[in-house]
Design a protein around this ligand. Structure first.
Ligand code: OAD
Length: 272
């Protein structure tokens, strides 16, 4: 059975009829831009377009493990700006929380390292932080963990933390997944969930970085997929039940909340 039309109202009807009980949400940096955190690839405002001052050989080097070994300073310059604590969740983050509160959220796969999903009240057990986060840090050589307080001091001072084990002294890095590193085991363990979903919602990501970018294609053919993003990405729109809301994601989730009759609840949740 397909949605009668590729419209938002068709999708809202599907949700209201109780047919979306296992929603898988996939997010990227675009859901946090309205919080004041730049995304990576937007042409003028994205981080990669604004890293000239760090004298990188290429923009993505700032998150490349081989480059970090040679020169960790650009990353620590950036980490100072991106470190969690000074940003507030957006209405899009609250929308994901609302899906959880209503019992519709199977899993959230996020590429973001800003921890705003947790801050919006999505429980940690529902979140797969596919690219890690600033929540923990460890030595890149001996893997020993490193204290939060010491890390905060280094981030604030833009200095480079080193392993506290005297025999080691290796570089310490937040457990963010860099290019050249494996994604966390929990990502691979949960990779089968999109196939069990009855609705997939993709928000604020260019779907350019693998293996995350393949997640939407792992949904079953008959599962509706909603994309809310500034641009069409990742082949979404290619299946009969895909719904595209092209534009700002805060506006998009508000439209979906309106169509589901959840708008007041959403705004209340976001305001508190
Ligand atoms: P990108 O910067 O690649 O993509 C952000 C997407 O969000 C783009 O398609 C934008 O058009 C869109 N966007 C931006 N603001 C928006 C808004 N307000 N409303 C709707 N859409 C908006 O960011 P990611 O896809 O998250 O990896 O990037 C993936 C990974 O590449 C990141 O996790 C990071 C990066 O290298 C690591 O650091 C390991």
């Amino acid at each position: 059975e397909t949605l009668e039309s590729r419209t938002l109202d068709g999708l809202a009807k599907y949700i209201k009829e109780g047919r979306a009980k296992r929603i898988v949400v996939m997010t990227g940096a675009g859901i946090s831009t309205s919080a004041g955190i730049p995304d990576f690839r937007s042409p003028d405002t994205g981080l990669y377009a604004n890293l000239a001052r760090l004298n990188l050989p290429y923009a993505e080097a700032v998150f490349d493990i081989s480059f970090f070994r040679e020169n960790p300073l650009p990353f620590y310059t950036l980490a100072h700006e991106l470190y969690p604590g000074k940003y507030r969740p957006t209405v899009t983050h609250s929308f994901i929380r609302l899906l959880h509160d209503k019992g519709h959220l199977l899993k959230l796969f996020t590429q973001n390292i800003d921890c705003l999903e947790r801050e919006a009240g999505v429980p940690g057990t529902k979140i797969i932080e596919a690219h890690g986060s600033f929540a923990r840090q460890s030595c890149i050589e001996c893997k020993a963990s490193y204290p939060d307080e010491d890390m905060k001091q280094h981030i604030a001072a833009q200095t480079i933390p080193r392993c506290l084990r005297e025999s080691c002294g290796g570089l310490v890095k937040p457990e963010i997944v860099f290019f050249g590193e494996q994604l966390p085991a929990e990502f691979f363990m949960s990779r089968g969930l999109p196939a069990q979903a009855d609705l997939c919602i993709v928000l604020g990501t260019s779907l350019t970085v693998q293996p995350f970018a393949s997640l939407p294609s792992m949904c079953s053919e008959g599962t509706p997929r909603l994309l809310i993003n500034q641009e069409v990405v990742g082949g979404l729109g290619s299946r009969p039940d895909d719904v595209l809301l092209i534009g700002d994601c805060d506006t998009g989730v508000r439209r979906l909340a309106d169509a589901c009759g959840w708008r007041d609840e959403l705004e209340t949740l976001w305001a508190n």
